[in-house]
Design a protein around this ligand. Structure first.
Ligand SMILES: NC(=O)c1ccc[n+]([C@@H]2O[C@H](COP(=O)([O-])OP(=O)(O)OC[C@H]3O[C@@H](n4cnc5c(N)ncnc54)[C@H](OP(=O)(O)O)[C@@H]3O)[C@@H](O)[C@H]2O)c1
Length: 199
C-alpha cells in the first residue's frame, strides 16, 4: 500500500517511515525536505501535495507546529501558529485528503499527551491537542469510507536529548512509531491512541 507521511523527516516521522517501509511504499512529505514539499499551514499547498501524489491507502501526519511559552508571554502569533498549523493544518489534511484515500483506507493525525497532562508553558499546544482529539471523535461519526484516528505521543527520548533533558522518562521514537503502525493496521475509528497505553 502507498502511505503518505507528512512530517516524515522529523523525529517521530522518520521512525514511522522506517517501520512502515518494511511492508509499504512510503511517500515522504515535509516543509523543506521529502519526496513532496508541503506547508501544512496553507490549504492550497495541501491540495497541490495531494494532486501531485494521487491516490494512497493511508495518510499519516507527524507534523504540526506550536510553541511552548509562558501564558503571560503567549503572543497572538503563538496562538495563531498552533491554530493554523497544528490544528487546522491537520484538519485540512482530512478535509482535502479524504478524496485521495482509497475505500477503507485511513488517516492518522498527531496530537500529544499535553492535552491531558499539561505543563506550564503548554497552553496553546494543549489547546490544539485537545481540539484535535475532539475533532477526530466527532468527524469519525460522519466518515464511513475511511478510518480517522489521532496518535498522542508522550515526550520522545530523542527530543528530550535535543532539549538537554534527562530522557529516562521519555518514549523512544521507535516505540512511538509502533503506535502509528497499529493505527494503520487496526480497526479503530475516531480514537485517540495514547502512546503510553500501548507500551
Ligand atoms: N517529539 C515529541 O516529544 C512530541 C511529543 C508529543 C507530541 N509531539 C508532536 O508530534 C509531531 C511531530 O513532532 P516531532 O518532534 O517529530 O517534530 P520535528 O522533529 O520537529 O519534525 C517536524 C516535521 O514536520 C515537518 N514540518 C515542519 N513545518 C511544516 C509545515 N509548515 N508543513 C509541513 N510539514 C512541516 C518537518 O519538515 P522539515 O524537516 O522539512 O521542516 C518535519 O518533517 C508534532 O505535532 C508534535 O507536536 C511530539
Amino acid at each position: 500500500m502507498k502511505i503518505l507521511i507528512i512530517g516524515a523527516t522529523g523525529t517521530i516521522g522518520k521512525a514511522v517511515a522506517e517501520l512502515l517501509s518494511e511492508k509499504h511504499d512510503i511517500i515522504s512529505a515535509g516543509y523543506s525536505d521529502g519526496d513532496v514539499k508541503v506547508d501544512l499551514g496553507n490549504a492550497e499547498s495541501i491540495k497541490a501535495m495531494f494532486e501531485q501524489v494521487g491516490e494512497v491507502g493511508a495518510v499519516i501526519s507527524t507534523a504540526g507546529l506550536a510553541n511552548f511559552a509562558p501564558l503571560a508571554q503567549h503572543s497572538n502569533q503563538d496562538f495563531e501558529l498552533a491554530l493554523n498549523n497544528k490544528l487546522m493544518g491537520q484538519i485540512n489534511l482530512l478535509r482535502i485528503g479524504q478524496e485521495y484515500v482509497t475505500q477503507n483506507g485511513s488517516i492518522t493525525l498527531t496530537s500529544g499527551i499535553l492535552s491531558r497532562q499539561p505543563m506550564p508553558g503548554s497552553a496553546s499546544i494543549s489547546m490544539v491537542n485537545g481540539a484535535l482529539e475532539s475533532f477526530v471523535k466527532a468527524a469519525a461519526l460522519e466518515l464511513d469510507q475511511l478510518r480517522l484516528n489521532v496518535v498522542a505521543p508522550a515526550f520522545v527520548k530523542e527530543t528530550m536529548l535535543m532539549m538537554g533533558m534527562d530522557p529516562s522518562s521519555g518514549i523512544s521514537a521507535t516505540n512511538t512509531a509502533k503506535v502509528y503502525k497499529i493505527a494503520v493496521n487496526g480497526n479503530m475509528h475516531g480514537e485517540t491512541l495514547d502512546v503510553i497505553n500501548y507500551l
